[in-house]
Design a protein around this ligand. Structure first.
Ligand SMILES: [Ca+2]
Ligand SMILES: [Ca+2]
Length: 509
C-alpha cells in the first residue's frame, strides 16, 4: 500500500465487510474560486491562503492586531479571543511577513500551501449527507442489555482490554461525552444513535463552528473514518452489531474535514478543541495528524505558528477539563530518534523529502504537551507493524489491529478492528486511529467513575492501570532477519507501549 497522505493515513486498510465500494478516493475538488476579482486591487497578487495569527491574550491587543490584519491585506474569518488565535484569509504574498512585525503578534503563518477554493471555505453550507436522521435515531433509541452483541465474537480487541467484562460492571456514565474530532460521524447508525450527543457536535471546516443539524455528519460514505472511531468508543450494547469500549457514555462529532481536499487543516482543529472545551466535552479523540505537515518544524515560521495555534487550543481544552487523546501515527517512526525522513509533506501540494529531528519538529496534536499519545497493538499484544513509537513519547498502547502478523482465532480471523461504518454498515480497519479510541473509551470509563478527576489525573490513572508490557526481545515481524523497530526502555515504561496496554476492567473496579 502506498504511503497514505490524507487524514486517512492513521487508518491503513480498506473496509471489507461492507458493500461500501470504491469511493475511497478524495472528493472531486469543486470549481476553483475566481481570485482575480479581489486580487485585482492588490499589488502582490498570490493564491489566497489561510493563516493563523497568534497574539498576546488581551482584548486591546487583539483589537489592534485585527485592524493591522486589514491593513496588511487580510480578512478575519474567526477570532478565538481567549487563546489569542485569529484565523485570516489573504491573497497578499507579503501578508505573513508584514503581520509578524505588528506589536502583540507572537507568531503567524500560512496553514496551507494550496490555495483556498470556494468549497474549502465552506460557504456553500454543510453537507446534508443523511437526511432521515431523526427518524432513524428515534427508531434505534430503544435500548436492551443483552449478554453479548451479534458481531462481538469478532471483537478480539474488547476482550484484550477486558472491555466485555467491564461493561457488565459499569458501561460508563451518560454524563461523560467523548468528542470525535474526525471526518464526521453517522449518528443515524443504529449502534451510534442511542449514544450520540448532537448538542456537542459541529462542523469546524474553515475554522468556524457550524452547529446546524447534520453539519457534523460525513460528507459521503467514503468519509467513514470518524464513524468507525465513534463505534469503538461507544457503540451501544443494544442487541445489534458491535459494542464499544464504553457503551454507556456519549459520543459527539466535530467534523474537521476540508470539503474540497479532505484534509484536516490547522484552523479546523483549533476550532474543534475550542468547541469541545466550550461545550463541556470530557474527552476528545484525535485519530489524525494536522495537515498539511506530518512534522511541523519550529525553525519554520509558518509551521511554528501552526504548532502555536493548535497547542493554545488544546491547552485551553485541558484547562477547561478536557482530556485530549491522540493516535501516535502509522509510519513506524521512532519519535525519539535523532532524525526521521519525511517524504509526505506538505500533502496539499507537492511533498518534498526532508530529514527532521522529532524533538524540534512535531507531529501534532499527538506530540503536544498533556495529550495522551497512543500506539497500536495486535491480537498478540505486540506493537502493530505500522505503529509509530518512541521512548518518552508514547503514553499508553491499545488495540489497533495488525492484519499482517497477528491474526486472532475468531470467526473472521481478521486481525483488524471491527466497528461501525456509515449507512448502518460494519467494517474492519487497522491503525493507530483505531487504538486511540480504545484509550479514549477507557479514559471515559475512568471519568465516569471519578467525575472530579482533572485531565492530568485521568492521564495518570490511565497509565497506572495499564497492563505493563515489556519490550519484545526481538521485533522482526516480517522475518527477514532485520529488526523492524527498536524498543527502548524497561518493563514499567518503554517506547513501544509507554506505561502499558490500557485496561478497561481495572478502570471500573
Ligand atoms: Ca450494538
Ligand atoms: Ca524485519
Amino acid at each position: 500500500m502506498s504511503q497514505p497522505r490524507s487524514r486517512r493515513r492513521l487508518a491503513l486498510a480498506v473496509p471489507v465487510v461492507l458493500s461500501l465500494t470504491a469511493s475511497l478516493g478524495f472528493l472531486p475538488a469543486a470549481a476553483s474560486a475566481s481570485p482575480h476579482v479581489e486580487s485585482a486591487v492588490r499589488s502582490a497578487d498570490a493564491p489566497k491562503l489561510a493563516y493563523v495569527v497568534n497574539t498576546k491574550v488581551d482584548g486591546h491587543t487583539i483589537a489592534s492586531v485585527q485592524k493591522a490584519i486589514g491593513k496588511a491585506g487580510g480578512s478575519v474569518v474567526a477570532t478565538y479571543e481567549r487563546i489569542g488565535v485569529i484565523v485570516v484569509h489573504s491573497s497578499d504574498a507579503g501578508f505573513a511577513a508584514s503581520i509578524r512585525k505588528v506589536r502583540g503578534v507572537q507568531s503567524a503563518g500560512a496553514t496551507r500551501t494550496a490555495p483556498l477554493t470556494a468549497a474549502g471555505t465552506k460557504e456553500e453550507g454543510a453537507a446534508q449527507y443523511l437526511t432521515d436522521a431523526q427518524a432513524r435515531r428515534a427508531e434505534a433509541a430503544s435500548a436492551k442489555t443483552p449478554e453479548s452483541e451479534p458481531l462481538e465474537a469478532d471483537q478480539w480487541d474488547l476482550r484484550a482490554i477486558g472491555a466485555d467484562r467491564a461493561a457488565k460492571i459499569n458501561p460508563g456514565s451518560r454524563k461523560v461525552t467523548v468528542a470525535v474530532i474526525d471526518t464526521g460521524v453517522d449518528d443515524t447508525h443504529p449502534d451510534i444513535a442511542p449514544n450520540f450527543s448532537a448538542s456537542q457536535s459541529a462542523n469546524c471546516a474553515g475554522g468556524k463552528a457550524d452547529t446546524s443539524e447534520g453539519a457534523w455528519r460525513p460528507y459521503t460514505a467514503g468519509d467513514y473514518h470518524g464513524t468507525h472511531v465513534a463505534g469503538s468508543i461507544a457503540a451501544a450494547r443494544n442487541g445489534t452489531g458491535v459494542a464499544g469500549v464504553a457503551p454507556g457514555v456519549q459520543v459527539s462529532s466535530i467534523n474537521v474535514t476540508d470539503r474540497a481536499s479532505g484534509l484536516f487543516y490547522p484552523e479546523n482543529v483549533v476550532c474543534a478543541f475550542v468547541f469541545a472545551a466550550d461545550h463541556g466535552v470530557e474527552i476528545t479523540n484525535n485519530s489524525y495528524y494536522v495537515d498539511p505537515w506530518l512534522y511541523n518544524c519550529m525553525d519554520d515560521p509558518d509551521q511554528r505558528a501552526i504548532v502555536d495555534a493548535v497547542n493554545r487550543a488544546q491547552l485551553y481544552a485541558q484547562k477547561k477539563g478536557t482530556l485530549n487523546v491522540a493516535a501516535a501515527g502509522n509510519s513506524n517512526h521512532d519519535l525519539d530518534a535523532d532524525a526521521i525522513v519525511d517524504d509526505s509533506s506538505p500533502n496539499d501540494t507537492t511533498p518534498a523529502e526532508r530529514t527532521i529531528d522529532p524533538h524540534e519538529c512535531f507531529d501534532i496534536p499527538t506530540q503536544l504537551p498533556g495529550v495522551v499519545t497512543v500506539s497500536a497493538t495486535g491480537v498478540n499484544n505486540v506493537k502493530s507493524y505500522y505503529s509509530t513509537y518512541g521512548k518518552g513519547v508514547v503514553d499508553v498502547a491499545a488495540p489497533g489491529g495488525d492484519r499482517r502478523y497477528q491474526l486472532p482465532d475468531t470467526p473472521s480471523k481478521d486481525g483488524r478492528i471491527l466497528s461501525t461504518m456509515p449507512n448502518g454498515e460494519y467494517g474492519f480497519l487497522q491503525g493507530t486511529s483505531m487504538a486511540s479510541p480504545h484509550a479514549s473509551g477507557v479514559a471515559a470509563l475512568l471519568k465516569s467513575k471519578h467525575p472530579w478527576a482533572s485531565p492530568a489525573q485521568l492521564q495518570a490513572m490511565l497509565k497506572a492501570q495499564a497492563d505493563r508490557t515489556a519490550c519484545p526481545t526481538s521485533y522482526d515481524q516480517d522475518g527477514d532477519g532485520k529488526q523492524d523497530a527498536v524498543c527502548e526502555g524497561g518493563e514499567r515504561v518503554n517506547g513501544f507501549y509507554g506505561y502499558g496496554i490500557v485496561n478497561a476492567l481495572r478502570a471500573v473496579k
